[in-house]
Design a protein around this ligand. Structure first.
Ligand code: GLU
Length: 288
């Protein structure tokens, strides 16, 4: 087990995902600048170690709602809610990126925004272009900052959550490691908030149905869209595409360098390349 963790030290191309609930203060829903600053510093330090970094970040819709003063979505009909969500994501994405841009440039790194939908992967030409753009950015030493393009993604073309999106990105760029920063330490046999006997799982060698079912106990976060279930879907995409994946607690984002120093924190899902895994086909079937 320790050799697998040692091998994490040599990972070169790393995708990090952080969720909305990790980026805002629980009490107010406003952005947690100290946390975001620390995250950016960690990522810049990983870059300075000569590694390549991609950040998948949520928080656009939450930031947009906050800016527009929208507290309660239940006042809107389903159609209105979609338009409001899309408008909020447009407002919030710009704010989110402005914050990242400011912080990355303070540490002398180039940040680049990439917004995607399901079509980016399902359509062959789009996928080819996206792959080329990522590859070019990484070779230029830039840090791609990725989110779903929620301004145009309606149900039919949305990936829907950034856990899945980050695994898709990791597969697309042939990353060595995907780190999902979450509000939970990793995978448990059951929801530790409701079952005291739930046991922590340090490593998943083969992602069996038994593990997939454990994902059904949610993290309980009510911000963003990811629960443990979407993290298991992410694990399926990542490990089948030959990418190791770690779920770790974002309470202290300093956990990133601990992971990359080979410390045994979080749950490690070991890469198991499945030659038959069809990324565009899998993405096309999401939500169907
Ligand atoms: N793309 C959404 C946003 O930036 C969040 C999706 C998610 O939380 O997984 O607000």
């Amino acid at each position: 087990m320790s050799t697998l963790r040692d091998a994490i030290k040599d990972k070169k191309r790393i995708v990090v995902k952080i969720g909305s609930s990790s980026l805002q203060h629980k009490e107010t829903g406003d952005m947690d600048y100290i946390k975001i600053e620390k995250l950016v510093r960690e990522l810049c330090d990983i870059r300075n170690q000569g590694k390549e970094v991609v950040l998948v970040t949520s928080g656009a819709i939450a930031a947009g709602k906050k800016a527009a003063g929208i507290k309660d979505m239940s006042q809107y009909s389903t159609n209105e809610a979609m338009a409001v969500k899309q408008a909020c994501s447009a407002i919030g994405q710009a704010r989110l990126m402005m914050t990242y841009q400011k912080l990355f440039s303070e540490y002398n790194q180039i940040a680049a925004q990439i917004l995607m939908t399901k079509n980016t992967i399902v359509d062959n030409l789009n996928r080819y272009n996206a792959h080329n753009t990522f590859t070019q950015l990484l070779s230029m030493g830039a840090i791609p900052v990725v989110n779903e393009n929620d301004t145009v993604a309606t149900y039919e073309i949305e990936i829907g959550d950034n856990d899945t999106l980050s695994a898709i990105v990791a597969a697309l760029v042939e990353a060595d490691l995907l780190i999902l920063l979450s509000d939970i330490d990793g995978l448990y046999t059951d929801d530790p908030r409701t079952n005291q006997d739930a046991k922590f799982i340090e490593q998943v060698d083969v992602l069996t149905d038994e593990y997939m079912n454990m994902g059904k106990a949610s993290t309980g976060s009510n911000v963003g869209t990811g629960g443990m279930n979407t993290k298991m879907i992410a694990a399926k995409i990542a490990t089948s595409s030959n990418v190791d994946m770690i779920i770790a607690n974002s309470v202290d984002v300093g956990i990133l360098h601990r992971i990359l120093e080979g410390e045994r924190v979080g749950t490690l899902f070991c890469a198991n390349k499945d030659e038959g895994f069809d990324l565009p086909g899998f993405v096309n079937n999401l939500h169907k």
